[in-house]
Design a protein around this ligand. Sequence first.
Ligand SMILES: [Fe+2]
Ligand SMILES: [Fe+2]
Length: 272
Amino acid sequence: MKKRKIIHRKPNLQFTENYPKHWHSNSPFKTHFLNSLTLIFPTGEKYFIRSIKCLLVNVQSEILQKEAKLFIKQESEHFKEHEKFFKVLKKQGYKLNSLVDLLDHIVNNLLEPYLDSKTNLSITAGLEHITALLAEISLEENFLDEAPQKIQDLFNWHAAEEIEHRAVAFDVLKEVTRSYSKRIQGIIIGYIIISSFSALTTTYLLYQDKELFKLKTVKDCSQLFFTEQALFIKAIKIFLRYLDPDFHPDNEKLDNLSSPIFNSLFKNLGVA
Ligand SMILES: [Fe+2]
Ligand SMILES: [Fe+2]
């Protein structure tokens, strides 16, 4: 098995500034779409960790065992740093507790216990494919360029590590099942979860701002999903790539994010 470079970094970000409420290009929609990811990631990443941990005993390859442990360490840092940003949002006046509790309840009590461990892992593998490809799009298009530096650091560091460990959950899944339908079932459920959680969370934050039914919100939403960034179109392509029976994350053309870009990113964060 090919050894991949996965490094456990601890950026320990401090969000000390008073960030504007609509910190992304003064757009409530774009800001809250990204805020929604921050709110969803901890629930998701804790689930990813549990789903891998519980099947790790079946992994024969020592290399993959080590990579899975590094995956767990990276994901643990991700949710810790995103949870720190919750405090910023609370300071800005947003009510979050009931929403975060609801997301946790859906995943931890209504989804995970009713699915077998292979299905849970297949959802993790599918969501890892989605996050790695979205990470690539975000880094390539400098999507965060208009955000405050610390928030850029948070998302860009996370994006880079998602690309770095993108194949781990997929390979662990391959060790426990070769079933194509199980793999596809995972990404379908994963898409439904991430889209509905993100829609619910973004809507709730926009509602709190009284920005839900504004023309600018509709315009920014259509720009992000259908025209400028065209995330919806890209998401369909991401899904279709995963349907290929010979798909493997290592074959995804993510290498155009050459290591000098990663290196300077990590250097700026002090975690090179
Ligand atoms: Fe992550
Ligand atoms: Fe990940």
